[in-house]
Design a protein around this ligand. Structure first.
Ligand code: ADP
Length: 646
């Protein structure tokens, strides 16, 4: 067995791998880049947990990773997922340096990396594939609806759905252009589009002694733009007979390429007939592997390490048992109320549930930026049955509070509670279909606004927020009006009296309510009329962050006379244009000194393949333009200042 292993990755996956290495007595070596140190006092969690940590220029820098492994005395490298996990050149380079790559052989990575070759290989091994065509078949295809895919594709990028023969020539031309631009390879394939598609995948494990087993399925049909959101095991759709068939097919697919280690064979399943077809094999550990671990009781990382060290699998297919049900929800730094734009910021306070499994990269003080994937953590619940697992997941999400970074947690709760999801009636189009009904909203509830006003009333911004518990202001009988700005605009709340012993809050249209508020140990206990609420709270000067039941809000106090402190002029009134998300400046459409009209595009910011155009808030002159194309920007970074004539 290895004594030291280097993890060529970051975030929650690095943390996850380090946890197992520790448990089995292996020294862990982390790597990090400059971008991981978002604040001088905030080392990323994987660096804090590892026994050793080495800086590298970039996570894709193969030579630097190999040098770090050598310098640390590691005998093996775990690639995690993403970055170089499915990079055959990296696997080969490790082998050439005498380092064991904890993953499949480079040849197997290559065989599965190309969709056309992978389909041909597994089909020859008897695995059902989606009827499809390549080369000359593309132009003469007659089976519609059909899906065009780039052969070198990944992440759903560049796929085009074609409904009729008439659309085909144009769709082929466009898909070819996209594939060339995105992957440097215009090779395409066409497939029958499976209606009511369910994404169901099989976890396989293979050792170097010819042993191959499967560990049952995961259903990952809850996706948005081919991005998985909630996954579960087992699938509510899969019968014992289907599991046996799909499992055997997945084992054959793995055998056909001489696979070793942990891998996933993805199937697209017809949600009516139950027919399943091989889509692709991911030659690595997957984000959603925890649901399989929870229902099998196995540690997949430990098994990967043992297989890589040459040990045979310690069990056969007959000994694999599935027990209960597991559901995983992915917490992303994104804002469902604003079209799922990526968010960012400093984690001001963090509460994570302790009763379920949480794979997380979060820690207080860490800054979430635009450099890496927006997935922050995974909350994974287990129950004896599916309903219990879903209920437990909901409670766990409600117990998760992230202050300072907007997350998708309220959306995850709404999705997991949607009647179709509860009924197990899933397909890959469900999320887009039910999105309007889930009503992701930017509105800040009245009780949150009232709580923030009570907090300010309790201790005006000049004093230390943590002194508030014993320092309520006395003798006030008149109403004080607090103007609080949030993502949905400016709220006015009037407060009078002593929040600790008894006050009144007035806000429209609710009217006057009796109120109490006490801060204790980072939590704010509020009573409003007959309702009692607890918030996780952090305050810095004029800004307060409040969180409860998985949701979080930021409210900033407007001082009278502030720029922008005019009705209807919240935010943009000062002419300062800020980045709505962490990202990269793609285009600067104006120059300093230009006259611009209200609403005119100024700058285009890009993050996670999404473009956002930032426009002029007022008519006037561009007096400052501190950014240029290609520059990374944080959320709320100043992009331009437009001074109005008046
Ligand atoms: P990528 O490698 O780009 O992720 P995949 O081949 O894995 O592409 O497909 C991505 C997603 O597209 C799948 O999860 C599934 O939802 C959908 N999909 C792929 N092939 C088909 C098909 N033939 N019919 C219907 N949906 C499909």
């Amino acid at each position: 067995m290895f004594s030291t292993v280097l993890i060529a990755n970051r975030g929650e996956i690095a943390v996850r791998i380090i946890r197992t290495l520790r448990a089995i007595g292996i020294t862990s070596v982390a790597v990090y880049t400059e971008s991981d140190y978002t604040a001088p006092d905030a080392a990323p969690l994987h660096v804090r947990m590892a026994d050793q940590a080495l800086q590298i220029p970039h996570y894709l820098d193969i030579e630097a990773l190999v040098a770090a492994a050598r310098a640390s005395g590691a005998q093996a490298v775990h690639p995690g997922y993403g970055f170089l996990a499915e990079n055959a050149a990296f696997a080969r380079r490790c082998a050439a340096e005498g380092l064991v790559f904890i993953g499949p052989p480079a040849d197997a990575i290559e065989a599965m990396g190309d969709k056309i070759r992978a389909k041909r290989t597994v089909s020859e091994a008897g695995v059902p594939v989606v009827p499809g065509g390549i080369g000359a078949d593309l132009e003469t295809w007659t089976d519609f609806p059909a899906l065009i895919k780039p052969s070198a594709g990944g992440g759903g990028k560049g796929m085009v759905l074609v409904r009729t023969a008439g659309e085909l020539p144009e769709a082929l031309a466009s898909a070819r252009r996209t594939a060339e631009a995105a992957f440097g390879d215009g090779t395409l394939l066409i497939e029958r589009y499976i209606e009511n598609p369910r994404h169901i995948e099989i976890q396989v494990l293979a050792d170097t002694h010819g042993g191959v087993v499967h560990l049952g399925e995961r259903e990952c049909s809850l996706q948005r733009r081919h991005q998985k959101i909630i996954e579960e095991a087992p699938s509510p759709f899969v019968t014992e007979a289907m599991r046996e068939g799909m499992g055997a097919a997945a084992v054959e697919a793995a055998r056909s390429v001489g696979y070793t280690g942990a891998g996933t064979v993805e199937f697209i399943v017809d949600g009516v007939s139950g027919d399943y077809h091989f889509m692709e094999m991911n030659t690595r550990l997957q984000v959603e592997h925890p649901v399989t671990e929870l229902v099998t009781g196995l540690d997949l990382v430990e098994l990967q390490v043992r297989v890589a060290a040459g040990e045979p699998l310690p069990f056969g297919q007959d000994e694999v048992r599935l027990r209960g049900h597991a559901v995983e929800a992915r917490v992303y730094a994104e804002d469902p109320a604003r079209g799922f734009l990526p968010t960012g910021g400093r984690v001001r306070a963090l509460r994570e549930p302790t009763t379920v499994r949480v794979d997380s990269s979060l820690a207080e003080g860490v800054v979430v930026g635009s450099h890496f994937d927006p997935m922050l953590s995974k909350v994974v619940a287990w129950g004896e049955d599916r309903a219990t697992a879903l209920r437990t997941l909901d409670r766990a999400l409600a117990e998760t509070t992230v202050l300072g970074v907007t997350t998708n947690i309220p959306f995850l709760r709404a999705l997991a509670g949607h009647p179709d999801v509860v009924a197990g009636e899933l397909d890959t189009g469900l999320v887009e279909r039910v999105l309007p009904a889930l009503e992701p909203t930017a509105d800040v509830p009245d009780d949150v606004v009232a709580a923030a006003a009570l907090l300010f009333h309790n201790a005006p911004p000049a004093t230390d927020p943590w002194e508030v518990a014993d320092g309520w202001r006395v003798g006030e009988r008149a109403w004080t009006t607090w103007r609080l700005e949030s993502r949905d605009g400016v709220h006015e709340v009037a407060v009078r009296g002593l929040p600790a012993s008894g006050a009144e809050v007035r806000l429209e249209p609710t009217g006057v309510m009796s109120a109490r508020a006490v801060v204790e140990g980072g939590e704010l206990a509020v009573t409003l009329g007959a309702r009692s609420l607890r918030f996780v709270v952090v305050r810095e000067g004029d800004t307060v962050w409040l969180g409860r039941e998985g949701a979080a809000w930021t409210l900033t106090r407007h001082r009278i006379g502030d720029p922008g402190d005019r009705p209807g002029a919240a935010g943009g009134g000062d002419g300062i244009v800020r980045s709505p998300m962490p990202g990269t400046v793609l285009l600067v459409k104006v120059a300093a000194g230009d006259q611009v009209s209200e609403g005119q595009p100024l700058v285009v910011v890009e993050a996670m393949k999404m473009e956002h155009t930032v426009t002029a808030p007022v008519q006037g002159t561009v007096t400052e333009l501190p950014v240029r194309a290609g520059q990374p920007v944080d959320m709320d970074a100043v992009l331009a200042v437009v001074s109005s004539e008046e």
